[in-house]
Design a protein around this ligand. Structure first.
Ligand code: GLV
Length: 331
């Protein structure tokens, strides 16, 4: 059997590249430190047996056509895989993998960081200091909202949602959640979490934190109507995917004081941000840093590399998104 051709669409941490280099694979790594343009991407993946992809790479029919019928796997270095047309890959027998688990704690940390930044006005305070604006301590200076005794509403109680709920509890918060299926009774008991509908959660939560994947059902889940259901002193936190929130509607709601504030790590059209948000003091904006620790990014890339190598060796993928596609067989 010829050595499998593994294509890595953008530089990833060295330990992951070392794993790939240590195999017999014929390895191609993009030399650009930027996303490949569509044409470049299609050219790069032509003839690949495995592709290690990043969340900005669109994996659709055109990509799969460009890769060719020998393609066995696409390993996304991300837990989210909304950049991949999974049914199209499945139809061609291509295993798709993601990186669950390894980024749970890092992402939960960022969500909690945004909660603190938004409720305690930390970004605003930092901007004030750096602007040289005169200030002095006084009783009513930059008052925020405390977290003790408040309710965090977790939308999507998967691994990251649970990790955020644990953190919130250590800040003295009560946990409400909404998800398609109830959490395991032990998880509910551990978190003392109450399941409710999205509308109930929006109406009750002091913090609404989003932890669900982007899909056609969740696109703009949080739009004008949902924001209108939230309490006027509540905060929205998004570390999931930008398009789950209608950014224009959020900018409007924040401007009109329909909700108190927001903390966003992800955006509808990254790297762009809705201009209405940039003007507002009551929104914290950070550039998609959820998994951005050295340790986490290395673990994500290593997991993707191991997935690519496993499928190339005819073994089951470690974390397949479409487990029904058995590595050895094609439809
Ligand atoms: C990052 O956003 C990821 O999905 O891993």
């Amino acid at each position: 059997m010829p050595a499998p051709r593994i294509v890595v669409t953008r530089r990833i941490p060295e330990p992951a590249l070392d794993l790939l280099r240590g195999s017999d694979a014929d390895l191609w790594i993009s030399e650009h430190d930027r996303p490949l343009e569509t044409g470049e991407l299609h050219q790069a993946v032509s003839g690949a047996d495995a592709v290690v992809s990043l969340l900005h790479d669109r994996v659709d029919d055109a990509f799969l056509d460009a890769a060719g019928p020998q393609l066995r796997s696409v390993s996304n270095v991300a837990v989210g895989y909304d950049n991949i047309d999974v049914p199209a890959a499945t139809a061609r027998g291509v295993v798709v993998t993601n990186t669950p688990g390894v980024l749970t704690e890092a992402t939960a940390d960022i969500a909690m960081g945004l909660v603190l930044m938004a409720t305690r006005r930390l970004g605003e305070g930092e901007r004030l200091m750096r602007s040289g604006t005169p200030w002095s301590w006084h009783m009513f200076f930059m008052l925020g909202s405390g977290l003790q005794g408040k309710t965090i509403g977790i939308v999507g109680l998967g691994g990251i949602g649970r990790a955020v709920a644990r953190r919130a509890r250590s800040f003295g918060m009560r946990v409400a959640y909404t998800s398609r299926t109830p959490a395991d009774p032990e998880v509910e008991a551990e978190l003392e979490a109450e399941r409710m509908t999205l509308d109930e959660l929006l109406a009750q939560a002091d913090i609404v934190s989003l932890h669900l994947p982007l899909s056609e059902e969740t696109r703009h889940l949080i739009g004008a109507e949902a924001l209108g259901r939230m309490k006027s002193d509540a905060y929205l936190i998004n570390t999931a995917r930008g398009p789950v929130v209608d950014e224009a509607a959020l900018a409007d709601a924040l401007k009109r004081g329909e909700i108190a504030g927001a903390g966003l790590d992800v955006f509808e059209n990254e790297p762009d941000v809705h201009p209405g948000l940039l003007e507002l003091e009551n929104v914290v904006l950070v550039p998609h840093l959820g998994s951005a620790t050295k340790e986490t990014r290395t673990a994500m890339a290593e997991l993707a590399a191991r997935n690519a190598l496993a499928v190339a060796a005819g073994e089951p993928a470690l974390t397949p998104v479409n487990p029904e596609v058995s590595p050895g067989s094609r439809p």
